[in-house]
Design a protein around this ligand. Structure first.
Ligand code: IVH
Length: 768
């Protein structure tokens, strides 16, 4: 017997790497199909699934001899499960081919033209639709009555879910007179975002109760699609009825009698006439360019919809042309799904850590193997609080689903497979008992609250967070005073609280810069010698004994700091780098920014103080009502609570804050430093800029920088120091900051010259 494979055998050479990979891929895809379609519990994201299918397709295209009759690339979905009675589709329910880029979409259009080889004419229409992220369903009506609802299953045989679909409000159970004797309508059952959020709240609340009773949490629906699928495939239709499902219809199946159709969009209009929900966002367009535009527009605006879509579907409108084009075993040639980039991916959970915020709240977050999702690389994602980690039941080492939808912060949805024995064997994460800072104070979680807190007022993380907040956008907005510099000054002992910003010993900073600079030079030289690499830089100082490279007598450095720096090459590098960035020019800029911050409105100062519950609108209300910081400091709760938009919760919190002698001492230092303590006078200007965010850069004729800002704020607008997505317009004067202009351009924020600025002040309107 020979062990050699026979390449001429059907199935090709089974020992070739391609054959083995194809086999592997088929097994994997078949399993994913089963999990997705039968169990409603997929263990990979759609994007990963698509990648597997594409890989298998590529192998099969290059090696047709490897194609097997039952390859999943030629199949639709998975065979139905045994829970529901099987339903044979008289007209098969097909799937769609995918285009993952504008180029693939264009190539599909070109293929069509070649196949049809017809004169360009008026029949060349495309129906563009949204690709609803839900579950494909077929509805069968006989003599005007709903007789059957079925899932797609493997495209030939689906599952009977009649009782379940009958509970969905969008689905008519009777048709008006004139409808065909037999009518099969297909579409997508989905769950709206609000219904999904409500379901999540209910499921989480149930789990919270379970956890409190010492029971294990139930798995919660991870996204609206899985929630829709799970809700639809309930044995007890009463549960489906409680789940608020909806349906968009987009296709006909079997039809007997009734009007004859020639165009898809006309069919949709008729379906609407018979009482079906047809998505209003479909368009009939003529050209490939318009198709591309439709797809691009919805890719950008997908989050503006109250339900989820994962792409667009483009269909040849004329039904006769569809006939000509025909289908492959799996999908019609006359339609294509244009898939948006994925918003969910799977990755490995490398660790769970906690961070301490400025208010002392301790938030767990996931450290992830970096993954590209929703347009950015994500390596961290919040886990919110202790209960969330337990409810999501994510454990270090798990493969988890990461989601980033639009501008929403990335989140870990949960493990891909909560039943996986490897997952179950991993230890359940325990919240740390002490603060992760170098002051290991015991953390507290008050009874009945979901947040854990660090009660230490001197906690270095809280101090750093409070200073960042004070110097940040919504407060004193000190340009160039970000988290890295703040940390540097804290580490160097040059800053300890927010008032300290105005008391920074700049001379000492210059001394430290010189000392650490000399040390860094010596350490770098030693590292170059040690590694034999004359280009070695600060990164290489880990190679040397830092204590030994220290210049003889670093008079300006405290013994503690020397010890800290010598023991920690990463800290040494960041300190040396940070100080190098604080040369004379940078310091002058920073000092000017700090000086300028003293002029910020009283409301910004109040926000900066980091008083619990006091946000921008409450601070604005207090500033307006009392007009002076001194009056607020003295006001009682009753007086404060009468200010518009300030309730007793805020008033009590503000009162308690000012009652703390340490806080009073801090305020005294701020006042001594010369910060503005007076509130705005009631403005006599028309409030034409309410809600508008106008950034000014460069010099404007007839206005100092402060006057330009005041002109904006007195009309109800705000004028922060930097450009962001929230910026309404950027006013550019002479010698503007290049980065602001570039940023405005890249974000598509309108740029105004002096004349346009003056019109804006008068009318509140942007040009053109
Ligand atoms: S038409 C033969 N139109 O996407 C063509 N499908 O990935 C049948 N889908 O199986 C499908 N929105 O479940 C069509 N506007 C739409 C759709 C849509 C979502 C789903 C459907 C289909 C799957 C293919």
């Amino acid at each position: 017997m020979t062990t050699e494979a026979d390449p001429s055998r059907p199935g090709g050479d089974p020992a070739s790497p391609e054959a083995r990979r194809a086999l592997e891929l088929r097994a994997e895809i078949t399993e994913h199909n089963r999990r997705y379609h039968q169990l409603d519990a997929p263990t990979v994201s759609d994007a990963e699934y698509d990648e597997l299918v594409r890989e298998l397709r590529a192998i099969e295209a290059a090696h047709p001899e490897l194609v097997e009759a039952d390859t999943p690339t030629g199949l639709v979905g998975a065979a139905p499960s045994a829970t529901f009675a099987p339903v044979r589709h008289r007209v098969p329910m097909m799937s769609l081919d995918n285009a993952f880029s504008p180029e693939e979409l264009a190539a599909w259009g070109e293929r069509l033209e070649r196949r049809l080889a017809e004169e360009p004419g008026e029949r060349n229409g495309f129906a563009c639709e949204l690709k609803i992220d839900g579950v494909a369903i077929s509805l069968r009506y006989e003599d005007g009555r709903l007789v059957q609802g079925a899932t797609r299953g493997d495209g030939q045989t689906g599952e009977d879910v009649t009782a379940n679909v009958a509970t969905i409000a969008d689905i008519p159970t009777e048709l008006p007179p004139g409808a065909p004797r037999v009518l099969e309508v297909r579409g997508e059952v989905y769950m709206s975002r609000t219904a999904f959020e409500a379901l999540q709240v209910t499921q989480q609340e149930e789990n919270r109760v379970r956890l409190e009773a010492g029971r294990k949490p139930h798995p919660v629906a991870s996204n609206p699609r899985n929630a829709a699928a799970g809700s639809l495939r309930q044995k007890d239709a009463a549960i489906t009825a409680r789940r608020e499902l909806s349906m968009w219809c987009y296709q006909l199946g079997e039809v007997e009698g009734g009007p004859a159709f020639t165009s898809h969009v006309e069919t949709l209009a008729q379906l609407r006439g018979w009482g079906f929900a047809v998505n209003p966002e479909h368009r009939l367009v003529d050209t490939a360019a318009e198709v591309a535009e439709f797809c691009a527009r919805w890719q950008e605006h997908r989050h503006d919809l109250p339900y989820e879509i994962d792409g667009a579907v483009v269909k040849v409108d004329h039904l006769e042309r569809r006939e000509k084009l025909g289908s492959t075993a799996r999908a019609p040639r006359w339609a294509i799904a244009y898939k948006f980039p994925p918003e969910e991916r799977t990755t490995t959970l490398l660790g769970i850590e906690v961070s301490v915020g400025r208010t002392g709240r301790v938030t767990p977050f996931a450290v992830l193997e970096p993954v590209f999702v929703g347009g950015v690389t994500v390596s961290r994602a919040t886990l919110h609080n202790e209960d969330q980690v337990r409810i999501k039941d994510v454990r270090v080492g798990d493969t988890v689903i990461v989601r980033r939808a639009g501008d929403v912060i990335p989140e870990v949805v949960g493990p891909v497979d909560p039943q996986d024995p490897d997952h179950l064997a991993r230890p359940v994460w325990a919240f740390p008992r002490t603060c992760p800072s170098n002051r290991p104070v015991e953390l507290v979680r008050p009874e009945g609250e979901s947040d854990t807190r660090c009660p230490d007022p001197e906690c270095p993380f809280q101090v750093a967070g409070a200073i960042e907040h004070f110097a940040g956008r919504g407060a004193l907005d000190i340009e160039g005073f970000g988290s890295q510099r703040i940390r540097l000054l804290l580490d160097l002992g040059l800053l300890a609280d927010v008032a300290g910003i105005f008391e920074i010993p700049w001379d000492r900073l210059a001394e430290l810069r010189a000392e650490v600079g000399a040390w860094a030079t010596a350490a770098t030289a030693a590292a170059q010698e040690r590694t034999g690499d004359p280009r070695a830089r600060l990164d290489a100082v880990a190679e040397v004994d830092l204590a030994r490279t220290r210049p003889a007598d670093p008079a300006a450095l405290s013994t503690d700091l020397v010890a800290d720096l010598a023991a920690d090459p990463a800290l040494f590098k960041s300190t040396a780098d940070g100080l190098r960035g604080l040369g004379d020019e940078a310091v002058a800029g920073l000092r000017a920014a700090i000086e300028g911050a003293k002029e910020r409105p009283l409301a910004n100062l109040l926000v900066g103080l980091n008083v619990r519950h006091l946000g921008p609108s409450g601070a604005q209300a207090l500033a307006l009502a009392f007009g002076d910081l001194g009056h607020i400091v003295e006001a009682d709760v009753g007086a404060m609570a009468t200010a518009d938009g300030v309730g007793t919760v805020i008033a009590e919190s503000v009162r308690a804050w000012f009652d703390d002698p340490d806080h009073r001492a801090l305020v005294d230092r701020l006042v001594a430093a010369g910060v503005n303590t007076e509130g705005p006078e009631e403005s006599s200007e028309p409030q034409v800029l309410l809600g508008k965010v106008i950034v000014v850069t460069g010099t404007l004729e007839g206005y100092t920088r402060d006057e330009a800002e005041a002109a904006i704020t007195s009309r109800g607008g705000t004028s922060p120091g930097s450009v962001s997505k929230k910026t309404t317009a950027v006013v550019v004067g002479a010698s503007p900051g290049a980065s602001k202009v570039t940023k405005a351009e890249s974000l598509g924020v309108p740029i105004l010259d002096q004349a346009a600025f003056e019109r804006l002040l008068e009318t509140g309107e942007l040009p053109g």
